[in-house]
Structure formats: C-alpha cells, structure tokens
Write a protein that binds this ligand. Structure first.
Ligand code: SF4
Length: 317
C-alpha cells in the first residue's frame, strides 16, 4: 500500500521527475491514478516543497543494479567454489577407485593377497583389505605427507594408509599435536579420523615384501601420486617420511615436468628443498631407538605449517 502526503504528491506532479517516477511501475500507476483524482479537486496554493528522495516516496524496493551485483557476486562465487570442490572430490574418488582396482605389479598383488589370506594371529578374526591404498585427507590440504608403502598388517589390513600400525600411531599423534588431525590415533577406516590441511599418501600403494618395493614397482605406481597431488590445488609442501619417500618425491616432481633440482638434494631429517621437507620415517626402528622423537617430528610439522603460510601453491603437478 502506498501512502503519500497530498502536498508532496502535488509538488511532485509539477516536476518532470515525478511524471517519470509515476510511469515506472505498477505501484506507480496506482499512485498516478490517485494523484490525478486529487489534483482535479485541489484548488489551494502550495508552497514549493522539496521532494524527499524518490525511493522514500514511492517505496521503491529494488536496489541499485550495482548493489545487487555486489551482493550477488559472493553467492555466485561461492557456488562456483562449491562446484569446483565437488568436482575435485569426485575426481579424487574416481582416482581412488582406479587405484584400489590396480593389479599392475604381479609380485605385489600376490603378496598383498597372501598376507590378507593368511593374516597375523592377532588379527585372525578380521577381514583384511588386501588391495592398494589411495591417499586420504583434506582436499584443500596445503601439506602432503608422503610415506613409502602400506604396512602388510597395517594399511593392508585396515584399508587406510598408516592406519593400524605403530608408524601410524606416531605419525597421527604428531598430526594431532599440530592440529592437522582431529584425533591422535588412526585405528580403522571408520574411526572418525579427519585431517585438516593435510593429505597422507604412500609412494607405492601396495604392501611390499620386507617393506621394499623394487624400482620397477615404484615407477609403476608413482603416476598415481602425481595424479593425486595434482588434484590438491592448495598444496604447498610435501613432507617426505624417509629416504625412499624423498627420492620418490623428487621423481614425481620430475614426472610432472618440473626441472630437476641441481645438485640433487640429499635426504636428511629437517632438510628442505622446496617444496619438500625431509623427516625420518616414524618406523619402530627409528622411534624405539630415539632416532626420531616426538619433538623432532613436531618441529618438522611446525616448519611445514610455516612454509604453507608463505610458499606458493605447487600447482598442477
Ligand atoms: S604398487 Fe601401485 S602400480 Fe603396483 S599394483 Fe599396487 S597400485 Fe598398482
């Protein structure tokens, strides 16, 4: 409903702006009709009235186009971000399915399945995963943690890398202390573990005998890591757990077309060769002997977080 004071309305009728306003919209038509009837009976003289802002008079509800555009932009950008994110998550899921179905390395396929059939006595009642393992974590991760390969009775049993073994206990406790994980343990695929700003993966996706993949098996598998990391657009730092992961990371960067680092950087705990940081592997051999301690691993993740704040995104690998 439109309410307009008569003097103001008649003043408006004397101005070109008013006639324009009165032709603008359906409510304005109602206003024009009312004004026409009133002006035919109004015989008193009017003092000049300064018209208030037009939108106050006619109750214009539309915002200026620029304001509407300013409001609409964040919403549409948000939609685009959400769409991009779900596309990326869908591509990661597709890649995970491809990895899980891989049977390329005959020796590793035979070993992972044999371990899954025979099982360790302590896990005799469990159904082993017995397949390759994709990486997992936060698709918006800035930090990737690259390991060697799944453990025969760890990831190869539980179906998630570094899950269900002592190395994982040490690693995820460190990720939790660094606020990169929501809990300090990683026991099973459905244990509620969620990573934030971190993605964990292995260079070789099948458990190898004696934890030693052959160079050929490594080369067969590395393209999976290249593709997986390329789907993490925010990635800035790769923490390499052990010399094998360090070497694999240098190779995958080369596979992705990056110029080789010269001289080739040697692995060491805390060594940096952007975008890589070296960290001793959290194997029992290292953690039980004190070669790798909690403060040492905490320092690596603190440094990784520091670099993640300033380093450029690695980009499509
Ligand atoms: S190690 Fe990699 S390439 Fe070889 S079978 Fe397993 S998933 Fe496939």
């Amino acid at each position: 409903m439109i309410v307009v004071q008569l003097p103001i309305l008649l003043s408006l009728l004397r101005t070109a702006e008013a006639s324009t306003v009165l032709q603008m919209s359906a409510p304005s038509a109602e206003l024009a009709s009312l004004a026409s009837r009133l002006s035919s009976v109004a015989t008193f003289a009017l003092a000049p009235v300064k018209p208030p802002a037009l939108e106050l008079l006619v109750g214009v509800s539309e915002q200026p186009p620029t304001a509407t555009a300013r409001q609409a932009a964040p919403a549409s950008m948000k939609t685009r971000e959400n769409t991009t994110q779900s596309l990326r998550e869908s591509e990661l899921a597709t890649l995970a399915g491809e990895i899980e179905g891989c049977r390329r390395c005959e020796r590793l396929v035979a070993w992972r399945e044999q371990v899954a059939r025979e099982r360790r006595a302590a896990y005799a009642g469990e159904t082993y995963w017995g397949r390759p393992l994709p990486g997992f974590g936060d698709p918006a991760a800035r930090i990737a943690v690259l390991g060697l390969a799944p453990a025969a009775h760890g990831g190869n049993r539980t179906g998630r890398v570094f899950t269900g073994d002592r190395s994982g206990d040490f690693l995820f406790a460190a990720l939790w202390r660094a606020a990169l994980a929501n809990q300090p343990s990683s026991l099973a695929r459905n244990d509620g573990l969620a990573l934030r700003d971190a993605w964990v993966l292995a260079a070789v996706r099948c458990a190898p005998p004696a934890n030693k993949p052959t160079p050929q098996e490594r080369d067969n598998c590395l393209p999976f890591a290249v593709r997986e990391l390329a789907l993490l657009p925010e990635l800035r730092v790769i923490v390499c757990l052990g010399a094998f992961a360090w070497d694999a990371a240098l190779r995958l960067l080369a596979l992705a077309g990056r110029p080789p680092l010269r001289p080739r950087p040697r692995f060491g705990h805390g060594v940096e060769a952007a975008p890589l940081i070296g960290c001793f592997h959290p194997s029992q051999q290292n953690t039980f002997t004190g070669r790798l301690t909690e403060p040492m691993m905490d320092a690596v993740f603190a440094r990784a977080q520091e670099l993640a704040e300033h380093a450029p995104a690695i980009g499509a690998l």
